[in-house]
Design a binder for this molecule. Structure first.
Ligand SMILES: Nc1ncnc2c1ncn2[C@@H]1O[C@H](COP(=O)(O)OP(=O)(O)OP(=O)(O)O)[C@@H](O)[C@H]1O
Length: 719
């Protein structure tokens, strides 16, 4: 109880004067409510029994006037409290929100959004309820009980003593059950958090759920969650009812005792009728107050759990911050140096190992490598989202860790793969990177990002609303708005993390030309898996499983023939038409597929014609697990995700791999004539070269040597 009261008083601390006024008004109100029953003694003993009309009028007038004053004070206190409580809620929510803006970004990756929302939707209201019940009904009841106890002793001390003994029994039950109530309530809140998290995920993941036909498994999972909630909800309700019921029973027993004892004392002439009536009235009013007090017990239990939960959030460490301001390098694009940087998200494994690289001031650099090799993590380290576990990152010779994150990020323009658009207008969304920008500057940035014509063509132009995280725009349009947002800043450091992945080839080429123009006089770091777009950059860094395995210019690394060359060969030989609707593979690239290695060029020319193109938009399923394998796929452009159903995982599936430009899939089910064991979904818009079963069978039946090789390759793969 004490921590809850302390917390409530801490909430009112900034409003001391208002709180003092509230308590004074309440005091008047309470005084009248608790002392009014005594008037019976005065009226009966001084007016009714002696039949004194003057005394009667006087007593009634005093009672009426003081009642009016005190009740008016009560009404005023209601208004004051309404304001006090709303202010406290506002402060609490602000505190939570501000803290969330400052916590380490890893916190958001560890905690599901639904659980975070429940701090605002469940815990804050629970504290509001506690504050309102404890400071009004609770305080009033406590006051009435205290004053009534004194008055009862004054009226008849033996009966008062009997009440006091009985009243203490009222609180024993709740005291004993208190610990259990707290733990049950805490589990209930945890379950609510999980349920909200599931719901949030379900709403956001509807496309994937429909695409993979996961409605059934999602419903089953939700039913499981509801069942767990039901079990704890039932226990919570039962224990709350017990907390309220036990005092009611005790109260009833005391009532019976008082009626018996009081009547006996009056019968024996130990007390006057006036005292007896006043005693009963006072006792009834006290009983009601005790009864009301018992209702505050579950409220205390709820609030103390919510306070603990909020404390956990408020104890989350803030993002590290230094004091060096980035104005130090305003005149010069930054030089970036990673010196022996290692990093891990958790103790399990190093995501980056001993990375050492140097990007000169004003240079363009690209981070490339297979999916999961750590490229985006490097960008996040560069943004100061995380601290390296070993080594240091220097910006213009100054340790990034020592820099003030805010001023540093003010000088960065960043475009992520998934860019978030906020509710508001297009203008708001672009302008948020530079709030003071004029409308003309916003339009210029949109023109550079090649989205101006589209926006200008909308009925409301730049004032068109952005709804539901931008779902009223295509992936490409969202990306361009995000690019315009980054360009508007005119930043000395531009970070592009798969910034063009959602665009079609024409748009990608033209945006890349824009980026080339923008690269002048700034340092640009691009993360991409598409090597064709970074041939001209000054330095390419190639990563594999968290290590830097190759670096240099495109030409140097091709000549050196290392990891980069292999990546390049995987992606080359595949062309996509400028409208992104048709793809082609050349014979040389075909011969590098394990099946067709060493096959005659004439045969390859024939095989080539058996491919056709299929396109998929982000989120669209390519293969459903369990369906019959009819096609073999080669990714000409885009990224797909290979997943297996798994009811134990929160998403209902686990990711097995991410495949990208130059990778192929689908041949095992096709050749073995077995159902697909995994599902494949497009992560970005994809252009796939597809060979139908009959095409492949035609090749295999006409060219036995290919058939033998394919079988061999398959055997090796499925070993
Ligand atoms: N917040 C995180 N918590 C734990 N592990 C993470 C987190 N983010 C990424 N990882 C893991 O770190 C590794 C590197 O991920 P990262 O996103 O940096 O790779 P990437 O090279 O950018 O991949 P892609 O090209 O697919 O985006 C992956 O194994 C990934 O699972």
């Amino acid at each position: 109880m004490i921590p809850v009261i302390r917390f409530i008083f801490a909430c009112m601390k900034p409003y001391k004067k208002l709180a003092m006024f509230f308590f004074s008004m309440q005091l008047l109100d309470f005084a009248f409510v608790s002392l009014a029953p005594l008037s019976f003694k005065v009226i009966i003993d001084r007016a009714i029994e002696p039949k004194d009309m003057d005394a009667f009028v006087l007593i009634l007038s005093v009672l009426g006037i003081s009642g009016l004053i005190c009740l008016s004070a009560g009404v005023v206190s209601d208004f004051v409290f309404a304001k006090l409580n709303a202010l406290a809620q506002k402060d609490l929510r602000t505190k939570l929100f501000v803290h969330m803006q400052q916590t380490n970004i890893g916190f958001f990756q560890r905690t599901r959004a639904g659980e975070l929302l429940s701090y605002f939707s469940v815990d804050a209201p629970s504290i509001e309820r506690a504050m309102s019940i404890i400071l009004t009904t609770g305080l009033q009841s406590l006051f009435v009980v205290a004053v009534s106890t004194i008055a009862l002793f004054y009226l008849q001390w033996t009966m008062a003593l009997a009440i006091l003994v009985g009243a203490s029994a009222i609180f024993i039950g709740p005291y004993l059950l208190g610990g259990k109530a707290r733990s049950v309530h805490s589990s209930f809140m945890d379950q609510i958090g999980l349920l909200t998290g599931d719901l949030q995920e379900n709403i956001k993941g509807q496309k994937v759920i429909r695409g993979f036909n996961l409605q059934r498994s999602m419903t089953d999972k939700f039913a499981g969650r509801l069942q767990a909630l039901f079990a704890i909800h039932y226990r919570k309700n039962a224990i709350t009812a017990q907390l309220e019921r036990i005092p009611m029973i005790s109260l009833l027993l005391i009532n019976l005792t008082i009626i018996g004892l009081g009547s006996y004392l009056a019968l024996q002439g130990h007390i006057t009728i006036g005292s007896l009536v006043a005693f009963f009235t006072m006792y009834t009013s006290m009983g009601n107050s005790v009864f009301n007090l018992t209702f505050t017990i579950p409220v205390f239990a709820d609030a103390s759990v919510s306070i603990d939960r909020m404390k956990q959030l408020l104890d989350e460490p803030k993002e590290a911050n230094g004091s060096l301001r980035a104005e130090l390098w305003t005149d010069k694009p930054p030089e970036i140096r990673f010196e022996g940087v290692s990093f891990r998200y958790s103790e399990e494994r190093d995501i980056l190992q001993q990375i050492k690289l140097d990007i000169p001031s004003g240079a363009t650099a690209a981070f490339v490598g297979s999916s999961g090799s750590g490229k985006s993590t490097l960008v996040q380290l560069l943004l100061g989202f995380y601290e390296p576990n070993e080594g240091r990152i220097d910006i213009n010779g100054k340790r990034l860790q020592d820099m003030d994150r805010g001023s540093f990020r003010d000088r960065i323009g960043v475009v992520f793969q998934d860019n978030f658009l906020f509710n508001g207008t297009i203008m708001d969304n672009i302008r948020m990177s530079k709030p003071e920008a004029s409308a003309e500057e916003v339009v210029a940035a949109a023109k550079e990002a090649e989205i101006h014509d589209y926006i200008a063509g909308l009925p409301d132009g730049y004032d068109s609303p952005v709804l539901d995280e931008g779902s009223n725009f295509s992936g490409g349009q969202r990306q361009r708005i995000a690019i315009a947002r980054a360009i508007l800043r005119n930043p000395p450091l531009l970070l592009l993390d798969e910034a063009t992945s959602a665009l079609d080839p024409i748009s990608e080429a033209s945006i890349n030309r824009t980026f080339d123009k923008l690269a002048k006089d700034r340092t640009v770091v691009t993360v991409t898996h598409r090597l064709s777009s970074i041939q001209g950059v000054d330095r390419i860094f190639v990563f594999d499983q968290g290590r830097l395995v190759d670096s240099g210019t495109h030409r140097d690394m091709l000549e050196a023939g290392g990891y980069y060359k292999r990546l390049w060969e995987k992606q080359s030989g595949l062309t996509v038409s400028s409208n992104g609707q048709d793809a082609e593979i050349d014979e040389e690239r075909l011969s590098r597929l394990p099946f067709f290695e060493g096959v005659d060029e004439a045969v390859l020319r024939e095989i080539k014609t058996l491919f056709h193109t299929e396109t998929f938009s982000a989120g669209q399923p390519v293969i459903h697990a369990g369906e019959h394998g009819e096609k073999f796929y080669l990714i000409a452009r885009g990224q797909v995700e290979v997943t297996r159903r798994d009811s134990a995982s929160p998403e209902g599936r686990v990711r097995l791999a991410v495949l990208e430009d130059g990778d192929h899939f689908g041949e095992i089910a096709l050749l073995d004539n077995v159902p697909r064991t995994a599902g494949v979904t497009a992560l970005t818009s994809c252009v796939l070269l597809v060979m139908q079963r009959k095409g492949l069978y035609y090749v295999l039946s006409n060219y036995p040597e290919i058939d033998a090789r394919v079988r061999r390759t398959l055997k090796e793969r499925t070993k």
